[in-house]
Design a protein around this ligand. Structure first.
Ligand code: A2P
Length: 292
């Protein structure tokens, strides 16, 4: 990696830049521009997409147009729910790679665990084969609770390198983070700024974190934006963070966080916001698009 971004060593030995760009709910045109700008101008080296976002092709074009070598950019995509099961998973990664225009991704995640445990193990077994075939350097999961992680680890003997979950100051996920740390699983935060406000799932709600008075107070003290303070909180907690934006000035602002530190009082004030409130669905409740 060719920037000063902090990295985290995954269990595979691969280095993941701790800060990346998320592109959920970004259309093709916005995604292509955002990815190109983020890598080519703002200094990002990590893009997080998913088959379900419908913008993998745009991510691929943005990476290609960025002027930065593919080997210097960490690309994550995810297997959608309809592709659970061994055969479907093997087909899904090929389709994602085709859309991305890449011969491998750096990280391939199961997007949701769903509620069929036997099939979940089959899907994880397929991801292990995908990694062995060199189509994904590292493999992991998203939205897994400890019981899902235990199931796939006990069945296959292989732990995911990453678990990407909803995580922000209102949902600090301490128990899950401890479980993952003990199992050598890096934790990645989705909706790290509190989400888009467009929402989805039973618990979706507008973003009120970016205007939270406690965050605003810390931001004012440092002469920084609320988003920058929240991103620092993630970085200083050892979490991989992928804030989403399609606006150049916000994309640039969100990576301009490497020259200040939150002190213990700042961190404690933000830690106090942990009410366990979600902006998205609870992993155990969701079975959306599951195959028959
Ligand atoms: P936009 O893409 O219009 O900039 P998440 O928590 O899922 O990363 O969501 C971040 C949300 O906050 C997105 O809707 C994004 O919208 C917005 N956003 C991203 N960066 C900033 C920022 N620096 N200041 C204010 N809003 C931001």
């Amino acid at each position: 990696m060719s920037t000063d971004l902090p990295t985290i060593e995954l269990s595979t030995g691969a280095l993941i830049p701790q800060l990346g760009l998320g592109v959920w709910q970004a259309d093709e045109a916005d995604t292509e521009h955002a990815v190109r700008y983020a890598i080519g101008t703002a200094g990002y080296r990590h893009i997080d997409t998913a088959a379900a976002y419908g913008n993998e092709a745009a991510v691929g074009r943005g990476v290609a147009a960025s002027g930065v070598a593919r080997s210097d950019v960490f690309v994550t995509t995810k297997l959608w729910n309809a592709d659970h099961g061994h055969a479907r998973a093997l087909g899904a990664v090929d389709a994602s790679l085709e859309r991305l225009g890449l011969d491998h991704v750096d990280l391939y995640l199961i997007h949701w665990p769903l509620q069929n445990t036997e099939r979940l193990v089959e899907t994880w077994q397929a991801l292990i084969e995908i990694q062995q075939a060199g189509k994904a350097t590292s493999i992991g999961v998203s939205n897994f609770q400890p019981h899902h992680l235990t199931t796939i680890i006990e069945a296959t003997g292989q732990a995911p390198a990453v678990n990407q979950v909803e995580l922000h100051p209102r949902l600090a996920q301490h128990e899950l983070r401890t479980f993952c740390a003990d199992a050598g699983i890096a934790v990645e935060a989705w909706s790290p700024l509190g989400g888009s406000g467009a929402g989805w799932g039973a618990d979706s709600k507008p973003n009120t974190l970016l205007t939270d008075p406690a965050i605003t107070r810390v931001a004012q003290r440092h002469g920084r934006s609320p988003a920058q303070v929240i991103i620092r909180w993630h970085l200083q907690n050892g979490i991989i963070v992928i804030p989403k934006s399609v606006h150049d000035e916000r994309i640039a602002q969100n990576i301009d966080v490497l020259d200040f530190d939150l002190d213990a009082d700042d961190l404690a004030a933000i830690d106090a916001l942990d009410t366990g409130e979600r902006v998205g669905a609870h992993p155990d409740d969701l079975n959306l698009a599951a195959p028959d």
